[in-house]
Design a protein around this ligand. Structure first.
Ligand SMILES: O=c1[nH]cnc2c1ncn2[C@@H]1O[C@H](COP(=O)(O)OP(=O)(O)O)[C@@H](O)[C@H]1O
Ligand SMILES: [Ca+2]
Length: 492
Protein backbone atom coordinates (compact mmCIF):
# COMPACT_ATOMS: atom_id res chain seq x y z
CA UNK A 1 0.00 0.00 0.00
CA UNK A 2 1.34 3.36 -0.96
CA UNK A 3 0.14 6.69 0.41
CA UNK A 4 -0.53 9.19 -2.34
CA UNK A 5 1.80 12.19 -2.13
CA UNK A 6 -0.47 15.17 -1.48
CA UNK A 7 1.88 17.43 -3.54
CA UNK A 8 0.98 15.54 -6.70
CA UNK A 9 -2.59 16.75 -6.99
CA UNK A 10 -3.38 18.27 -10.38
CA UNK A 11 -4.09 21.60 -8.76
CA UNK A 12 -0.60 21.94 -7.19
CA UNK A 13 1.07 20.79 -10.38
CA UNK A 14 -0.77 23.42 -12.41
CA UNK A 15 -0.01 26.12 -9.84
CA UNK A 16 3.64 25.11 -9.74
CA UNK A 17 4.01 25.17 -13.52
CA UNK A 18 2.25 28.53 -13.84
CA UNK A 19 4.26 29.88 -10.91
CA UNK A 20 7.60 28.79 -12.40
CA UNK A 21 6.68 30.23 -15.81
CA UNK A 22 5.62 33.48 -14.15
CA UNK A 23 8.90 33.79 -12.21
CA UNK A 24 11.03 33.01 -15.26
CA UNK A 25 9.06 35.55 -17.30
CA UNK A 26 9.34 38.18 -14.57
CA UNK A 27 13.08 37.77 -14.16
CA UNK A 28 13.68 37.70 -17.92
CA UNK A 29 11.73 40.88 -18.43
CA UNK A 30 13.56 42.57 -15.53
CA UNK A 31 16.96 41.54 -16.88
CA UNK A 32 16.22 42.49 -20.49
CA UNK A 33 14.54 45.73 -19.60
CA UNK A 34 17.44 46.95 -17.47
CA UNK A 35 20.41 45.43 -19.23
CA UNK A 36 22.64 48.06 -20.78
CA UNK A 37 22.07 48.01 -24.52
CA UNK A 38 24.64 46.03 -26.46
CA UNK A 39 27.90 47.77 -25.52
CA UNK A 40 28.33 50.45 -28.14
CA UNK A 41 31.17 52.85 -27.58
CA UNK A 42 31.90 56.42 -28.41
CA UNK A 43 35.45 57.66 -28.81
CA UNK A 44 37.58 60.74 -28.30
CA UNK A 45 41.21 61.39 -29.34
CA UNK A 46 43.69 63.70 -27.61
CA UNK A 47 47.23 64.40 -28.78
CA UNK A 48 49.63 65.43 -26.01
CA UNK A 49 52.24 67.54 -27.78
CA UNK A 50 54.87 67.61 -25.03
CA UNK A 51 58.29 69.25 -25.15
CA UNK A 52 60.11 65.96 -25.67
CA UNK A 53 57.60 63.97 -27.68
CA UNK A 54 53.97 63.71 -28.78
CA UNK A 55 51.63 60.93 -27.66
CA UNK A 56 48.16 60.11 -28.93
CA UNK A 57 45.47 58.79 -26.60
CA UNK A 58 42.17 57.23 -27.63
CA UNK A 59 39.43 57.18 -25.00
CA UNK A 60 36.18 55.25 -25.11
CA UNK A 61 32.94 55.24 -23.13
CA UNK A 62 29.60 53.43 -23.41
CA UNK A 63 27.49 55.27 -25.97
CA UNK A 64 24.39 55.64 -23.82
CA UNK A 65 26.26 57.10 -20.85
CA UNK A 66 28.25 59.98 -22.24
CA UNK A 67 26.65 62.50 -19.98
CA UNK A 68 27.04 61.32 -16.47
CA UNK A 69 28.64 58.30 -14.89
CA UNK A 70 32.43 58.12 -14.83
CA UNK A 71 33.00 55.45 -17.41
CA UNK A 72 35.59 56.94 -19.75
CA UNK A 73 38.70 54.81 -20.14
CA UNK A 74 41.83 54.75 -22.27
CA UNK A 75 41.49 52.33 -25.16
CA UNK A 76 44.78 52.89 -26.91
CA UNK A 77 47.91 55.04 -26.90
CA UNK A 78 50.53 55.68 -29.55
CA UNK A 79 53.92 57.31 -29.15
CA UNK A 80 54.86 59.52 -32.08
CA UNK A 81 58.37 58.74 -33.31
CA UNK A 82 60.84 61.58 -33.13
CA UNK A 83 60.89 64.65 -30.93
CA UNK A 84 58.20 67.07 -29.78
CA UNK A 85 56.52 69.41 -32.28
CA UNK A 86 58.44 72.41 -30.93
CA UNK A 87 61.66 70.87 -32.24
CA UNK A 88 60.38 71.36 -35.82
CA UNK A 89 60.53 75.16 -35.60
CA UNK A 90 62.90 75.31 -38.58
CA UNK A 91 60.87 72.89 -40.73
CA UNK A 92 57.22 73.12 -39.65
CA UNK A 93 55.73 70.76 -42.30
CA UNK A 94 57.65 67.93 -40.68
CA UNK A 95 55.81 68.55 -37.42
CA UNK A 96 52.56 67.70 -39.22
CA UNK A 97 54.03 64.71 -41.01
CA UNK A 98 55.42 63.26 -37.80
CA UNK A 99 51.86 62.60 -36.58
CA UNK A 100 50.82 60.50 -39.58
CA UNK A 101 51.65 57.03 -38.25
CA UNK A 102 49.81 57.42 -34.96
CA UNK A 103 46.84 59.03 -36.72
CA UNK A 104 46.64 56.07 -39.10
CA UNK A 105 46.70 53.78 -36.10
CA UNK A 106 43.78 55.77 -34.67
CA UNK A 107 41.85 55.23 -37.91
CA UNK A 108 42.23 51.48 -37.40
CA UNK A 109 41.38 51.50 -33.69
CA UNK A 110 38.25 53.67 -33.86
CA UNK A 111 35.49 51.83 -35.78
CA UNK A 112 34.94 53.47 -39.18
CA UNK A 113 31.32 54.34 -38.53
CA UNK A 114 32.34 56.42 -35.50
CA UNK A 115 35.12 58.36 -37.26
CA UNK A 116 33.14 61.43 -38.22
CA UNK A 117 31.66 61.93 -34.74
CA UNK A 118 34.94 61.29 -32.86
CA UNK A 119 36.36 64.58 -31.51
CA UNK A 120 40.09 65.11 -32.05
CA UNK A 121 42.08 67.58 -29.95
CA UNK A 122 45.72 68.56 -29.80
CA UNK A 123 47.10 70.29 -26.74
CA UNK A 124 50.67 71.52 -26.59
CA UNK A 125 52.52 72.15 -23.35
CA UNK A 126 55.74 73.80 -22.21
CA UNK A 127 57.88 73.10 -25.30
CA UNK A 128 55.49 75.18 -27.40
CA UNK A 129 55.09 77.74 -24.59
CA UNK A 130 58.84 78.30 -24.78
CA UNK A 131 58.89 78.40 -28.61
CA UNK A 132 56.01 80.87 -28.50
CA UNK A 133 58.06 83.14 -26.21
CA UNK A 134 61.20 82.74 -28.28
CA UNK A 135 59.79 82.87 -31.81
CA UNK A 136 56.10 83.58 -32.15
CA UNK A 137 55.93 83.12 -35.91
CA UNK A 138 57.74 79.77 -35.82
CA UNK A 139 55.25 78.59 -33.21
CA UNK A 140 52.33 79.74 -35.39
CA UNK A 141 53.77 77.92 -38.40
CA UNK A 142 54.15 74.70 -36.43
CA UNK A 143 50.47 74.95 -35.45
CA UNK A 144 49.42 75.61 -39.05
CA UNK A 145 51.28 72.52 -40.23
CA UNK A 146 49.88 70.38 -37.44
CA UNK A 147 46.36 71.65 -38.08
CA UNK A 148 46.61 70.87 -41.79
CA UNK A 149 47.82 67.35 -41.08
CA UNK A 150 45.11 66.62 -38.52
CA UNK A 151 42.32 67.96 -40.72
CA UNK A 152 43.21 65.43 -43.40
CA UNK A 153 41.93 62.62 -41.18
CA UNK A 154 38.25 61.65 -41.01
CA UNK A 155 37.74 62.64 -37.37
CA UNK A 156 35.91 65.65 -35.99
CA UNK A 157 38.87 67.99 -35.58
CA UNK A 158 38.34 70.38 -32.69
CA UNK A 159 41.51 72.44 -32.79
CA UNK A 160 45.12 72.60 -31.63
CA UNK A 161 46.31 75.05 -28.98
CA UNK A 162 48.81 75.68 -26.22
CA UNK A 163 47.45 74.86 -22.77
CA UNK A 164 48.23 77.34 -20.04
CA UNK A 165 50.30 75.97 -17.16
CA UNK A 166 47.20 76.30 -14.95
CA UNK A 167 45.12 74.20 -17.32
CA UNK A 168 47.85 71.58 -17.57
CA UNK A 169 48.02 71.28 -13.78
CA UNK A 170 44.26 71.33 -13.22
CA UNK A 171 43.44 68.76 -15.93
CA UNK A 172 46.11 66.41 -14.54
CA UNK A 173 44.37 66.70 -11.16
CA UNK A 174 40.95 66.05 -12.75
CA UNK A 175 42.31 62.94 -14.54
CA UNK A 176 43.78 61.40 -11.39
CA UNK A 177 40.69 62.01 -9.28
CA UNK A 178 38.26 60.97 -12.02
CA UNK A 179 40.06 57.66 -12.58
CA UNK A 180 40.18 57.03 -8.83
CA UNK A 181 36.40 57.63 -8.68
CA UNK A 182 36.93 60.34 -6.09
CA UNK A 183 34.91 63.09 -7.74
CA UNK A 184 31.59 61.32 -8.15
CA UNK A 185 31.71 60.00 -4.62
CA UNK A 186 32.82 63.31 -3.11
CA UNK A 187 35.83 61.66 -1.43
CA UNK A 188 38.98 63.44 -0.27
CA UNK A 189 40.94 64.23 -3.44
CA UNK A 190 44.49 63.32 -4.43
CA UNK A 191 46.95 66.05 -5.37
CA UNK A 192 48.73 65.81 -8.73
CA UNK A 193 52.47 66.19 -9.37
CA UNK A 194 53.44 66.22 -13.03
CA UNK A 195 57.06 66.44 -14.17
CA UNK A 196 57.64 67.15 -17.84
CA UNK A 197 60.73 68.04 -19.82
CA UNK A 198 60.12 71.79 -19.87
CA UNK A 199 57.70 72.49 -17.02
CA UNK A 200 56.41 70.91 -13.84
CA UNK A 201 53.00 71.23 -12.18
CA UNK A 202 51.70 70.87 -8.64
CA UNK A 203 47.93 70.86 -7.96
CA UNK A 204 46.03 70.04 -4.78
CA UNK A 205 43.00 70.98 -2.74
CA UNK A 206 43.95 72.75 0.46
CA UNK A 207 40.99 73.39 2.72
CA UNK A 208 42.35 76.10 4.94
CA UNK A 209 43.72 78.73 2.64
CA UNK A 210 42.52 81.99 1.32
CA UNK A 211 42.39 81.82 -2.46
CA UNK A 212 42.39 85.58 -2.68
CA UNK A 213 46.02 85.53 -1.51
CA UNK A 214 47.04 84.53 -5.04
CA UNK A 215 44.04 84.31 -7.38
CA UNK A 216 46.22 83.26 -10.32
CA UNK A 217 46.97 80.01 -8.50
CA UNK A 218 43.42 79.08 -7.79
CA UNK A 219 40.79 77.32 -9.84
CA UNK A 220 37.29 76.56 -8.67
CA UNK A 221 35.18 73.71 -9.97
CA UNK A 222 31.76 72.31 -9.28
CA UNK A 223 31.83 68.62 -10.23
CA UNK A 224 29.08 66.07 -9.50
CA UNK A 225 27.54 68.46 -7.00
CA UNK A 226 30.76 69.13 -5.02
CA UNK A 227 32.72 72.38 -4.94
CA UNK A 228 36.50 72.24 -5.24
CA UNK A 229 38.98 74.96 -4.58
CA UNK A 230 42.12 73.86 -6.36
CA UNK A 231 45.58 75.32 -5.85
CA UNK A 232 47.71 74.84 -8.96
CA UNK A 233 51.02 76.13 -10.24
CA UNK A 234 53.15 75.34 -13.26
CA UNK A 235 56.86 76.20 -13.11
CA UNK A 236 58.03 76.94 -16.62
CA UNK A 237 61.68 75.88 -17.14
CA UNK A 238 61.51 73.47 -14.20
CA UNK A 239 60.82 70.36 -16.29
CA UNK A 240 63.79 68.03 -16.01
CA UNK A 241 65.36 68.81 -19.41
CA UNK A 242 65.29 72.58 -18.91
CA UNK A 243 66.52 72.27 -15.32
CA UNK A 244 69.45 70.26 -16.60
CA UNK A 245 70.24 73.09 -19.02
CA UNK A 246 70.04 75.58 -16.14
CA UNK A 247 72.35 73.40 -14.04
CA UNK A 248 74.88 73.12 -16.87
CA UNK A 249 74.62 76.83 -17.61
CA UNK A 250 75.29 77.61 -13.96
CA UNK A 251 78.38 75.41 -13.95
CA UNK A 252 79.77 76.62 -17.28
CA UNK A 253 79.39 80.22 -16.21
CA UNK A 254 82.34 79.74 -13.94
CA UNK A 255 84.43 79.80 -17.06
CA UNK A 256 86.47 76.65 -17.66
CA UNK A 257 86.02 74.75 -20.87
CA UNK A 258 85.82 71.50 -18.90
CA UNK A 259 83.21 71.06 -16.21
CA UNK A 260 83.31 68.35 -13.59
CA UNK A 261 79.63 67.67 -12.99
CA UNK A 262 78.61 65.99 -9.69
CA UNK A 263 75.26 64.99 -11.24
CA UNK A 264 76.84 62.61 -13.76
CA UNK A 265 78.60 59.31 -13.14
CA UNK A 266 82.39 59.16 -12.62
CA UNK A 267 84.01 58.30 -15.94
CA UNK A 268 81.20 59.92 -17.95
CA UNK A 269 82.61 62.30 -20.51
CA UNK A 270 81.15 64.04 -23.55
CA UNK A 271 81.60 67.17 -25.61
CA UNK A 272 78.73 69.62 -25.62
CA UNK A 273 78.00 72.59 -27.79
CA UNK A 274 77.54 75.99 -26.12
CA UNK A 275 75.01 77.24 -28.67
CA UNK A 276 72.70 74.27 -28.33
CA UNK A 277 72.93 74.45 -24.54
CA UNK A 278 71.90 78.10 -24.50
CA UNK A 279 69.26 77.69 -27.19
CA UNK A 280 66.32 78.14 -24.80
CA UNK A 281 64.65 81.09 -23.08
CA UNK A 282 65.26 79.29 -19.76
CA UNK A 283 69.02 79.94 -19.99
CA UNK A 284 69.59 82.41 -22.80
CA UNK A 285 70.14 85.24 -20.33
CA UNK A 286 73.09 83.41 -18.81
CA UNK A 287 75.08 82.87 -21.96
CA UNK A 288 78.74 83.82 -21.41
CA UNK A 289 79.94 86.54 -23.76
CA UNK A 290 83.02 84.93 -25.13
CA UNK A 291 82.34 81.25 -24.95
CA UNK A 292 84.21 78.72 -27.06
CA UNK A 293 82.10 76.55 -29.40
CA UNK A 294 82.29 73.45 -27.25
CA UNK A 295 82.95 72.43 -23.68
CA UNK A 296 83.87 69.11 -22.17
CA UNK A 297 81.32 67.65 -19.75
CA UNK A 298 82.74 65.14 -17.28
CA UNK A 299 81.00 63.28 -14.48
CA UNK A 300 82.02 63.29 -10.82
CA UNK A 301 79.20 61.25 -9.27
CA UNK A 302 78.59 63.12 -6.03
CA UNK A 303 74.98 63.28 -4.86
CA UNK A 304 75.54 65.84 -2.10
CA UNK A 305 77.34 68.26 -4.40
CA UNK A 306 74.74 67.64 -7.11
CA UNK A 307 72.01 68.54 -4.64
CA UNK A 308 73.81 71.81 -3.92
CA UNK A 309 73.89 72.66 -7.63
CA UNK A 310 70.18 71.87 -7.98
CA UNK A 311 69.29 73.79 -4.81
CA UNK A 312 71.03 76.87 -6.17
CA UNK A 313 68.40 76.91 -8.97
CA UNK A 314 65.62 77.48 -6.42
CA UNK A 315 65.23 80.94 -4.97
CA UNK A 316 63.76 80.40 -1.53
CA UNK A 317 64.44 83.78 0.00
CA UNK A 318 61.89 86.13 -1.55
CA UNK A 319 58.24 85.55 -0.65
CA UNK A 320 55.52 88.20 -0.45
CA UNK A 321 52.82 85.71 0.61
CA UNK A 322 52.11 83.90 3.86
CA UNK A 323 53.97 80.91 2.45
CA UNK A 324 55.89 80.09 -0.72
CA UNK A 325 57.30 77.09 -2.52
CA UNK A 326 60.17 78.72 -4.42
CA UNK A 327 60.92 81.63 -6.76
CA UNK A 328 58.42 83.73 -4.80
CA UNK A 329 55.48 81.52 -5.79
CA UNK A 330 52.62 81.20 -3.33
CA UNK A 331 51.86 77.71 -2.02
CA UNK A 332 49.38 76.82 0.75
CA UNK A 333 50.25 74.03 3.21
CA UNK A 334 50.47 70.63 1.49
CA UNK A 335 47.44 68.49 2.11
CA UNK A 336 46.38 64.89 1.48
CA UNK A 337 47.83 62.15 -0.68
CA UNK A 338 49.65 62.96 -3.96
CA UNK A 339 50.02 61.08 -7.23
CA UNK A 340 53.32 61.83 -9.02
CA UNK A 341 53.37 60.87 -12.69
CA UNK A 342 55.08 61.34 -16.06
CA UNK A 343 58.86 61.81 -15.58
CA UNK A 344 58.48 61.46 -11.77
CA UNK A 345 57.43 57.89 -12.47
CA UNK A 346 59.91 57.09 -15.27
CA UNK A 347 62.86 58.24 -13.19
CA UNK A 348 61.89 56.81 -9.80
CA UNK A 349 60.81 53.54 -11.41
CA UNK A 350 64.15 53.15 -13.17
CA UNK A 351 66.00 53.91 -9.92
CA UNK A 352 63.82 51.40 -8.01
CA UNK A 353 62.78 54.20 -5.68
CA UNK A 354 58.99 54.21 -6.10
CA UNK A 355 58.41 52.80 -2.61
CA UNK A 356 57.75 55.92 -0.53
CA UNK A 357 57.30 53.99 2.70
CA UNK A 358 61.11 53.75 2.71
CA UNK A 359 62.69 56.45 4.86
CA UNK A 360 63.69 59.53 2.87
CA UNK A 361 67.28 59.29 4.19
CA UNK A 362 67.53 55.72 2.87
CA UNK A 363 66.17 56.86 -0.51
CA UNK A 364 68.87 59.56 -0.63
CA UNK A 365 71.59 57.09 0.36
CA UNK A 366 70.51 54.68 -2.37
CA UNK A 367 70.54 57.46 -4.93
CA UNK A 368 73.95 58.65 -3.68
CA UNK A 369 75.45 55.23 -4.24
CA UNK A 370 73.82 55.00 -7.67
CA UNK A 371 75.31 58.38 -8.64
CA UNK A 372 78.76 57.26 -7.42
CA UNK A 373 78.68 54.13 -9.62
CA UNK A 374 81.15 54.43 -12.51
CA UNK A 375 79.61 55.15 -15.91
CA UNK A 376 81.13 52.02 -17.46
CA UNK A 377 79.41 49.83 -14.93
CA UNK A 378 76.09 51.60 -15.44
CA UNK A 379 76.35 51.15 -19.19
CA UNK A 380 77.21 47.48 -18.83
CA UNK A 381 74.16 46.89 -16.69
CA UNK A 382 71.55 48.85 -18.62
CA UNK A 383 72.63 50.03 -22.05
CA UNK A 384 71.03 47.06 -23.77
CA UNK A 385 67.53 48.20 -22.82
CA UNK A 386 67.73 51.91 -21.91
CA UNK A 387 68.44 54.87 -24.19
CA UNK A 388 71.89 56.26 -23.45
CA UNK A 389 70.59 59.82 -23.03
CA UNK A 390 68.10 58.73 -20.34
CA UNK A 391 70.67 56.47 -18.70
CA UNK A 392 73.25 59.24 -18.40
CA UNK A 393 70.71 61.56 -16.80
CA UNK A 394 68.97 59.38 -14.18
CA UNK A 395 71.36 60.45 -11.39
CA UNK A 396 70.67 64.11 -12.17
CA UNK A 397 66.92 63.54 -12.62
CA UNK A 398 66.60 61.57 -9.37
CA UNK A 399 68.48 64.26 -7.48
CA UNK A 400 66.31 66.93 -9.04
CA UNK A 401 63.11 65.11 -8.12
CA UNK A 402 64.09 64.70 -4.45
CA UNK A 403 65.29 68.30 -4.25
CA UNK A 404 62.15 69.67 -5.93
CA UNK A 405 59.89 67.71 -3.59
CA UNK A 406 61.71 68.62 -0.38
CA UNK A 407 63.38 72.00 -0.91
CA UNK A 408 60.89 73.22 -3.54
CA UNK A 409 57.47 72.02 -2.42
CA UNK A 410 58.38 71.43 1.23
CA UNK A 411 57.60 67.74 1.57
CA UNK A 412 59.27 66.48 4.76
CA UNK A 413 60.51 63.04 5.78
CA UNK A 414 57.08 62.58 7.39
CA UNK A 415 54.96 63.73 4.42
CA UNK A 416 57.13 62.08 1.74
CA UNK A 417 55.16 58.86 2.21
CA UNK A 418 51.98 60.69 1.10
CA UNK A 419 53.39 60.62 -2.43
CA UNK A 420 52.70 57.71 -4.74
CA UNK A 421 54.67 57.42 -7.98
CA UNK A 422 52.17 56.27 -10.57
CA UNK A 423 52.05 55.62 -14.30
CA UNK A 424 48.53 54.37 -14.84
CA UNK A 425 45.27 54.24 -12.92
CA UNK A 426 42.93 51.39 -13.89
CA UNK A 427 44.60 51.05 -17.28
CA UNK A 428 44.56 54.76 -18.20
CA UNK A 429 47.71 56.89 -18.16
CA UNK A 430 47.92 59.61 -15.54
CA UNK A 431 48.34 62.97 -17.32
CA UNK A 432 46.35 66.01 -18.36
CA UNK A 433 44.83 64.59 -21.57
CA UNK A 434 41.83 62.74 -20.10
CA UNK A 435 40.83 65.69 -17.90
CA UNK A 436 41.13 68.00 -20.93
CA UNK A 437 38.80 65.83 -23.01
CA UNK A 438 36.29 65.34 -20.18
CA UNK A 439 36.12 69.11 -19.80
CA UNK A 440 35.76 69.91 -23.49
CA UNK A 441 33.09 67.26 -24.07
CA UNK A 442 31.20 68.32 -20.89
CA UNK A 443 31.43 64.80 -19.57
CA UNK A 444 31.70 65.77 -15.93
CA UNK A 445 28.40 67.41 -14.91
CA UNK A 446 28.38 70.14 -12.30
CA UNK A 447 25.54 68.46 -10.42
CA UNK A 448 25.30 64.85 -9.34
CA UNK A 449 23.32 62.87 -11.91
CA UNK A 450 20.02 61.29 -10.80
CA UNK A 451 20.81 57.65 -10.45
CA UNK A 452 18.48 54.72 -9.69
CA UNK A 453 18.52 53.94 -5.96
CA UNK A 454 19.76 50.40 -6.63
CA UNK A 455 22.40 49.05 -8.96
CA UNK A 456 21.11 46.78 -11.73
CA UNK A 457 22.23 43.49 -10.13
CA UNK A 458 20.67 44.46 -6.80
CA UNK A 459 17.41 45.36 -8.48
CA UNK A 460 17.20 42.01 -10.32
CA UNK A 461 18.05 40.03 -7.16
CA UNK A 462 15.42 41.81 -5.10
CA UNK A 463 12.72 41.29 -7.75
CA UNK A 464 13.64 37.59 -7.93
CA UNK A 465 13.64 37.04 -4.18
CA UNK A 466 10.27 38.78 -3.77
CA UNK A 467 8.75 36.73 -6.62
CA UNK A 468 9.99 33.46 -5.13
CA UNK A 469 8.69 34.44 -1.68
CA UNK A 470 5.26 35.30 -3.09
CA UNK A 471 5.18 31.98 -4.88
CA UNK A 472 6.05 30.00 -1.75
CA UNK A 473 3.38 31.93 0.17
CA UNK A 474 0.83 31.04 -2.47
CA UNK A 475 1.71 27.35 -2.29
CA UNK A 476 1.63 27.39 1.50
CA UNK A 477 -1.74 29.12 1.51
CA UNK A 478 -3.15 26.12 -0.42
CA UNK A 479 -1.63 23.65 2.06
CA UNK A 480 -4.74 23.15 4.39
CA UNK A 481 -6.59 21.53 1.48
CA UNK A 482 -4.14 18.64 1.18
CA UNK A 483 -4.42 16.80 4.51
CA UNK A 484 -8.15 16.28 3.82
CA UNK A 485 -7.43 14.49 0.58
CA UNK A 486 -4.82 12.25 2.18
CA UNK A 487 -6.90 11.24 5.17
CA UNK A 488 -8.68 8.49 3.26
CA UNK A 489 -6.59 5.35 3.52
CA UNK A 490 -6.05 3.59 0.29
CA UNK A 491 -6.71 -0.11 0.40
CA UNK A 492 -5.09 -2.30 -2.14
O1 LIG B 1 61.66 56.36 -20.25
C1 LIG B 1 61.94 57.48 -19.88
N1 LIG B 1 62.95 57.70 -18.99
C2 LIG B 1 63.27 58.92 -18.54
N2 LIG B 1 62.65 60.02 -18.92
C3 LIG B 1 61.65 59.88 -19.81
C4 LIG B 1 61.23 58.64 -20.32
N3 LIG B 1 60.19 58.85 -21.17
C5 LIG B 1 59.97 60.17 -21.17
N4 LIG B 1 60.85 60.80 -20.36
C6 LIG B 1 60.95 62.23 -20.06
O2 LIG B 1 59.73 62.68 -19.54
C7 LIG B 1 59.60 64.07 -19.85
C8 LIG B 1 58.27 64.24 -20.53
O3 LIG B 1 58.08 65.57 -20.75
P1 LIG B 1 57.07 66.14 -21.85
O4 LIG B 1 57.56 65.80 -23.21
O5 LIG B 1 55.71 65.70 -21.49
O6 LIG B 1 57.29 67.68 -21.66
P2 LIG B 1 56.35 68.86 -21.09
O7 LIG B 1 55.26 68.22 -20.29
O8 LIG B 1 57.25 69.70 -20.24
O9 LIG B 1 55.86 69.57 -22.29
C9 LIG B 1 60.79 64.44 -20.73
O10 LIG B 1 61.80 64.98 -19.92
C10 LIG B 1 61.24 63.09 -21.26
O11 LIG B 1 62.63 63.08 -21.54
CA1 LIG C 1 53.90 66.47 -20.28
Amino acid sequence: MKEKNPWYTPLTIIITVIGVIAIVALVTVAVLQNRPLLQKYKYGIVLDAGSSHTALYIYQWPAEKDNNTGRVEQKHSCKVTGKGISSYAAQPEKAGMSLTECMQEAEMVVPAKRHSETPLYLGATAGMRLLNIENRSASDQVFQAVEKALQSFPFSYQGARILSGQEEGAFGWVTVNYLDDRLKQGLETTGALDLGGASTQISFVSHDYDISESPSNSMTFRLYGNDYNLYTHSFLCYGKDQVLRMALAKQTQLGPSTILDPCFHPGYTTTRNYSSLYDSPCVSGRRPREAPTNFSHKGEGNFTKCQEVVKSLFNTTACKYSKCSFNGVFQPPLQGPFGAFSAYYYVMNFLNLTDTSIHLETVKNNLASYCATPWNQIKQMHLSNVKEKYLAEYCFSGTYILTLLTEGYNFTKETYSNIKFIKKIKGSDAGWTLGYMLNLTNMIPAEAPDSPPLPHAGYVSIVTVIAVLLFILLILSLRPVWPRCSKQPQIV
